[in-house]
Design a protein around this ligand. Structure first.
Ligand SMILES: Nc1nc2c(ncn2[C@@H]2O[C@H](COP(=O)(O)OP(=O)(O)OP(=O)(O)O)[C@@H](O)[C@H]2O)c(=O)[nH]1
Ligand SMILES: [Mg+2]
Ligand SMILES: [Zn+2]
Length: 351
């Protein structure tokens, strides 16, 4: 097969490069990861593969392991092995829950992060802001999706309140995830070569939307609990799917905890940070100091107490995580200098 044919084939599964690595190895994209190994697609065939031994080293930063959405080089064999993860153009990751600081990949080489929230009991603007903050560190574009539009009459108010809280220009699409006509608004994000990942709580409707976009019931779905709209963790692993529109969509399991990695900028709250700079005292604690611009905005209602509280929470979390991340990188540099995992934010890159 010529390089041209290989590139054309890979483009169907989201390859963006104009050239191929020159070592002659076959390239494929990670479409799923199971306990027993990886599922890969080379644009033509789906096949299983194992990670090469160096990916299994215990002290390896988990984000350096192959993740769904990655393009990888294969060493042929029975079974084939993944030997290299190609440089990522974007990476959505989160910090793992628990004591030890560890970043985990959610999806690699995605253009859009579709943040899906139900307009039922799932609706929670502070959680949407958390997802959007995490997306900032990824290099991908955020898109806010509100599902279950068909289930309530008072959705307009909720949507308006959310829109006014997010930076102007953040796309917000209310949808009925079961209705093909309604989800057609997502076509601009799912064109040939585009890759998008769906994230949101269990029960938000990620797999329902995926099925509607696919035009078939490929992913299992389950009703949410009546009293609190919680899902049942139906989807158990991430899966990259080719859509009829030509785009690639990654469905994910609902995530219980979503910690910032420390690599975020919190651009989402740039207006609050600007406001705080206009306080009379440079070291204003925004409590009862005279001339506090934040207190004035909170008193006038221009800034909502809830958004302010969420900003403080995310800011503190980011600072704490950034310090841990920095310490970890410093420790790693003490030994053999590792390749710093992809960071699309040059300004925050601490190397
Ligand atoms: N009426 C209505 N129901 C929806 C919509 N989207 C999802 N649902 C329902 O919500 C329930 C949960 O949907 P799923 O697609 O399984 O949710 P999920 O986000 O994939 O959940 P996990 O796989 O557990 O993370 C199902 O009963 C769906 O039929 C929608 O837009 N309108
Ligand atoms: Mg699901
Ligand atoms: Zn102040």
């Amino acid at each position: 097969m010529t390089d041209f044919e290989s590139i054309e084939r890979l483009r169907r599964i989201g390859w963006r490069g104009d050239t191929l690595p020159t070592n002659g190895r076959r390239l494929a994209r990670v479409v799923a990861q199971h306990r027993a190994g990886y599922e890969l697609h080379d644009g033509e065939n789906l096949f299983g593969a194992q990670p090469a031994g160096h990916f299994l080293k215990r002290n390896l930063d988990p984000v350096e392991r192959p993740a769904v959405g990655d393009f990888v080089e294969i060493e042929e064999g029975k079974p084939p092995h993944i030997v290299t993860v190609l440089p990522r153009r974007t990476l959505l990751s989160r910090a793992a829950a628990g004591e030890r600081y560890e970043r985990q990949s959610i999806a690699a080489n995605i253009d859009y992060v579709l943040v899906l929230t139900g307009l039922d009991g799932d609706f929670n603007p502070a959680r949407i802001e958390r997802y959007l903050s995490l997306t900032e560190g990824s290099g991908a574009q955020p898109v806010v999706l509100l599902s279950k539009l068909d289930t309530r009459d008072d959705a307009a108010e909720m949507i308006e309140a959310l829109r006014s809280r997010l930076p102007a220009g953040t796309p917000v699409h209310p949808i009925n995830g079961k209705d093909p006509a309604s989800v057609a608004v997502l076509m601009p994000y799912l064109q040939p070569g585009d890759s998008a990942v769906l994230v949101g709580s269990s029960g938000a409707g990620k797999s329902t939307l995926t099925n509607t976009l696919l035009g078939s019931e490929r992913m299992a779905t389950n009703a949410v609990r009546e009293h609190d709209s919680r899902g049942r963790h139906t989807t158990t692993h991430r899966a990259l799917l080719e859509l009829p529109s030509g785009g690639c969509l990654i469905d994910t399991p609902g995530m219980r905890e979503l910690k910032l990695t420390g690599d975020e900028n919190l651009d989402l709250f740039a207006d609050i940070e600007e406001l705080a700079e206009t306080c009379r005292f440079a070291d204003c604690g925004h409590g009862s100091e005279p001339g506090c611009a934040v207190q004035a905005a909170l008193d006038s209602g221009e800034l909502s107490h809830e958004r302010w509280r969420n900003y403080l929470k995310l800011r503190d979390e980011r600072e704490e995580q950034a310090a841990t991340l920095e310490a970890r990188l410093r420790r790693q540099r003490g030994g053999r200098p590792p390749a710093r995992p992809h960071s699309p934010r040059g300004s925050r890159d601490r190397d």
